[in-house]
Design a protein around this ligand. Structure first.
Ligand code: OAD
Ligand code: ZN
Length: 298
């Protein structure tokens, strides 16, 4: 048996041909997609979970015990995301999500982006394309495109009431999210000592004044859109995996499920990632370089 029969293919023209004949395409994205925009990853070099204990920052229990610390962490991440710009990887996926553009690379196909990222950069990419190409704006703002972007781990800029009877959710890009958090991003960016902020001074619900929390999905919570995602995964004939270590479930299992039903998997990652030896295609390198090429968008 030759080498190629074992490992994944690295042949771009062959991937392009697969893309062209695929009808139900999904992409599963992770933090590596936003790395080139200056957003730290979790497990890669310089990753957040290499410096901090995830269970002390990204769980409901951590928030309950130390809302001040957890809010400072999310304030730091909000500020980073607010200052960041989409990179060519986000722009390529956003372009690909527009049916009239996608027709050229994958005629008659559907596409959904399932992202674990909470930074909002994939949506920002869509908005930038709409601004730069007014002729595409109506299509971009249609439900077909808007609903094809599934932020399964929630959104940094959602602020949610912790009072279950209220549950008010608000999209809020204020910087800082509340006055008391101003400057506290330095606790995480420059290791400055952590101030203790009283609960009354943390973000509050605008409806009932209860303590509010970041609108993200923490470990132990249920990701968003699971029914829709399960359907998309079960129907997909191509799964494009981008910039994820493929260690956090359920997202980590999607590629495997697609393959099990006879679909193809293509991994785009800087380094080797969990299970990538099983992929049909493996493109190692920065996704902001490999993805625009692979999707025929550069
Ligand atoms: P990770 O930090 O686990 O993985 C990021 C991946 O991106 C690594 O495999 C890197 O090699 C790769 N990478 C880094 N730079 C890249 C680049 N320029 N191009 C391509 N790949 C690059 O992030 P996720 O897999 O997204 O959840 O982590 C999954 C979830 O765990 C997150 O959504 C978050 C986290 O804890 C929660 O907080 C609930
Ligand atoms: Zn409320």
């Amino acid at each position: 048996m030759s080498e190629e029969e074992h490992g994944p293919s690295t042949d771009m023209p062959s991937f392009t041909a697969t893309l062209k004949s695929s009808k139900r395409i999904i992409a599963v994205a992770g933090a590596g997609l936003s790395a080139a925009s200056g957003i730290p990853t979790f497990r890669g070099a310089g990753g957040l979970w290499r410096r901090y204990d995830a269970m002390g920052l990204a769980t409901p229990e951590a928030f309950h015990a130390k809302p001040s610390r957890v809010w400072q962490f999310y304030h730091y991440r909000r500020e980073k995301a607010l200052a960041a710009q989409p990179n060519p990887g986000h722009l390529a996926l956003a372009m690909f999500s527009i049916p009239s553009i996608r027709q050229k690379m994958a005629p008659g196909s559907s596409f959904s982006l399932i992202t674990q990222n909470v930074d909002g950069l994939s949506r920002k990419a869509l908005e930038q394309i709409a601004d730069a190409h007014p002729e595409l704006a109506d299509e971009i703002h249609s439900p077909v495109v808007q609903d094809s972007m599934l932020e399964m781990h929630g959104r940094l800029f959602d602020v949610v009431c912790t009072n279950r009877a209220c549950g008010h959710r608000e999209y809020n890009t204020n910087s800082p999210v509340c006055p008391a958090l101003a400057g506290t991003e330095k606790v995480f960016s420059e290791n400055e000592p952590e101030p203790r902020i009283d609960e009354e001074d943390l973000p509050r619900c605008s409806k009932c004044d209860s303590l509010a929390r970041p609108g993200v999905v923490w470990f132990g919570e249920t990701p968003w859109y699971l029914d829709k995602i399960d359907r998309l995964v079960s129907e997909a004939d191509l799964c494009i995996v981008v910039g994820t270590s493929s260690t956090v479930y359920p997202a980590a299992g999607y590629a495997y499920e697609v393959q099990e039903r006879g679909g193809k998997v293509a991994v785009f990652n800087l380094d080797r990632s969990e299970g990538d030896q099983e992929a049909d295609y493996l493109f190692l390198g920065p996704a902001e370089v490999t993805l625009p090429k692979a999707l025929g968008l550069q």
